[in-house]
Design a protein around this ligand. Structure first.
Ligand code: MLT
Length: 260
């Protein structure tokens, strides 16, 4: 699909209430496939965010806004007035930006393995170091660095196809795309002030062994959102929908059913 001038791969499945799936970094829309295939009865929409392939150039610092505008434009193209917006990690940062800019398009929120706070100075420096490394050695260098942070020890040991899938998503990024994503995340706004004003039904999902967004951080975020539900998925790291698609799908399904 052409979204704001960029050819954008999008998975669209089924009919019914729309769910817009926004993937994490440095992944792509295929991370949602095991989960989305189980959620029959709803329209599932999963685009690649433009950071998978495109250089945001001088717009990289306002990258989250670009990504949120892309998401709203995609809803326009598909004639979806309002969707359940489901963002994992970086996808959650985009969901917060949608809340800021296109609030009326959000019917409900699923915030998976994500946080509302901006980068600390140390995290921002880490992004710069990673960007330099990727510029030098290509996205391949991210595989060994990130797999131990994205997948729990149990998943790494018992789910070789998931390790392979995540590795291949990482490898298929472009250098420019990775740098655009890192820059956008580094410059993202603090979304904490938005939390108390969220009026749509919200589900917060955490992974029991997620080192990137520890469960206590996710629980604290949920506590700041009026009426939010919090669910911990046991045994998983940062990628609950890939590591435990069945358990995660059950949690999502219950939340979605209650919206109808
Ligand atoms: C992600 O999974 O999208 C990233 O780990 C988020 C981040 O680095 O802040």
């Amino acid at each position: 699909m052409d979204v704001r001038g960029l050819p954008t791969p999008v998975d669209v499945l089924g009919d019914g209430m729309a769910i817009l799936f926004l993937h994490g970094f440095p992944l792509d829309r295929s991370m949602w496939r095991p989960l989305a295939s189980t959620l029959a009865g709803w329209q599932r929409v999963a685009p690649d965010l433009r950071t998978v392939s495109a250089d945001l150039g001088d717009r990289a610092a306002s990258g989250m806004a670009e990504l949120a505008n892309d998401a709203a434009a995609l809803l326009d193209i598909l004639a979806i007035e309002r969707a359940v917006v489901c963002g994992l990690s970086m996808g959650g940062y985009v969901a917060f930006e949608l809340l800021r800019r296109h609030r009326d398009r959000i019917q409900a929120l699923i915030l998976s393995n994500t946080r509302a706070e901006p980068d600390t100075a140390e995290a921002a420096r880490g992004r710069d170091d990673l960007a330099a490394l990727v510029r030098e050695q290509g996205p391949e260098v991210l595989v060994d660095r990130l797999i131990p942070r994205l997948l729990s020890p149990t998943s790494r040991e018992t789910l070789p196809p998931v390790v392979e899938h995540v590795s291949s998503m990482i490898r298929s990024n472009t250098v420019e795309g990775v740098i655009a994503a890192l820059t956008a995340m580094k410059h993202r706004s603090d979304s904490t002030p938005l939390l108390s004003g969220i009026t749509v039904p919200t589900l917060v999902v955490a992974g029991e062994q997620d080192p990137i967004v520890p469960p206590e951080a996710a629980r604290a975020m949920a506590a700041l959102i009026p009426g939010a539900q919090f669910t911990l998925i046991p045994g998983v790291g940062h990628l609950a929908p890939l590591e435990e698609p069945v358990a995660t799908s059950r949690v999502f399904g219950e939340f979605l059913s209650a919206l109808e």
